[in-house]
Design a protein around this ligand. Structure first.
Ligand code: ATP
Ligand code: FE
Ligand code: MG
Length: 337
């Protein structure tokens, strides 16, 4: 079963051909990060324009790489939300044209389900599972009692944790997106600042990162005012330790309360080495729970993950027609208790 998948929710235009939701036959991705760097973040209008310019090239590219054609496809899949509306519409329009012209089933995919299914390229997902989704726009714990079933049990009340990495990066003069560089910097420093760990001991699965971000920014500005030079490595290490501590604390709490076989770590921030190391240690201590980490190359936005999640949706009969629209605020349902 070969699925053609499209991703255009934010700042990467990506198209992939995926077999059985488990094997990437080809992927073509055009990143626009450089166009957004001088603004310090993604500019929606600029993003939409780039997607329009790039998407047909990516599409041609995956067919050229494989020698496959439309008659080889079982279905087409696309991210229809959450994300930037103008950006999403480019992928949604392209996929509708392909589905209509070639009379193919159209599978609508939630971008966050895509992030979770990036882990499928490491190993098969076993249910029930718990996913810690950490990305530029989301920080949430998602319970998956069975395949094709996603239920939020907790999320950030303010900033997403990737967003916090990017914002404190700006204060240190690091280009957007700052996560990877802060991760590297953190390795050279120590947690000397002991920044707040918001909501760490609260009996829920929610997160908050705006207080940490403010504490960080205030510390740097105060030092500037009094003319002290702070170690960027220690600042980065302290920030990262605080983030990792609260993510680990809430995740472990969830793993004790939900009988799952796997913890899936996914989303752009899942590439963070401090977070990976910590969750590897935590999961090794919880009997019956295996950690499944998305491969580094599929942590950020890509169409391969949409093809993997799309295959699951395809099997379960998830279908959209020509009325499919972008849903910028698309969310998983909350677990009702
Ligand atoms: P969403 O998926 O919520 O819609 P998004 O698609 O913009 O948002 P992703 O592409 O999944 O987000 O992730 C990008 C984020 O990951 C950025 O905030 C970036 O700084 C962060 N990031 C990437 N690598 C690392 C790392 N090694 N450590 C920490 N953060 C990282
Ligand atoms: Fe994403
Ligand atoms: Mg991104």
């Amino acid at each position: 079963t070969i699925i053609l998948a499209f991703e255009s929710s934010c700042d990467e235009t990506s198209v992939a051909l995926v077999r059985n939701g488990a094997q990437v036959l080809a992927q073509s991705t055009a990143t626009q990060i450089q166009s957004h760097q001088r603004f310090g973040g993604v500019v929606p209008e600029v993003a939409s324009r780039h997607h329009i310019e790039q998407i047909i090239g990516c599409l041609d590219d995956v067919f050229q790489q494989t020698g496959l054609g439309y008659t080889d496809l079982a279905a087409v899949a696309v991210t229809y939300g959450p994300g930037l509306v103008g950006a999403l519409l480019v992928g949604v329009s392209a996929v509708k044209a392909v589905a209509f012209a070639h009379n193919l089933p159209l599978v609508p995919v939630n971008h966050m389900a895509g992030h979770i299914y990036a882990a499928r390229y490491t190993a098969p997902i076993e249910f029930p599972a718990m996913a810690l989704l950490v990305s530029g726009g989301h920080t949430e714990l998602v319970y998956m009692p069975q395949e094709n079933d996603y239920q939020i049990i907790g999320e950030t009340r303010d900033d997403a944790c990737g967003e916090a990495f990017d914002k404190i990066g700006r204060v240190l003069g690091i280009n957007y997106p700052a996560g990877k560089e802060i991760d590297e910097l953190a390795h050279q420093g120590k947690d000397t600042f002991n920044f707040p760990r918001a909501m760490e001991k609260e009996d829920n699965y929610d997160f908050s990162f705006s207080g940490l971000k403010s504490a960080f920014i205030n510390t740097v500005h105060h030092a500037d005012q009094i003319g002290t030079k702070l170690s960027h490595a220690d600042l980065a290490a302290s920030f990262e330790q605080s983030v990792v501590d609260v993510l680990a604390e809430k995740t472990v709490r969830a793993l004790h309360n939900f009988p799952v076989k796997q913890l899936i770590l996914a989303g752009g921030v899942a590439a963070n080495s401090g977070l990976r190391t910590r969750l590897e240690k935590e999961c090794a201590q919880i009997q019956g729970v295996d950690l499944l980490e998305a491969p580094l190359k599929y942590c950020g936005d890509n169409a391969a993950m949409i093809g993997a999640a799309g295959y699951v949706g395809f099997k379960h009969g998830n279908r959209a027609g020509m009325t499919l629209n972008a849903e910028p605020g698309l969310e998983f349902p909350w677990l009702s208790v």
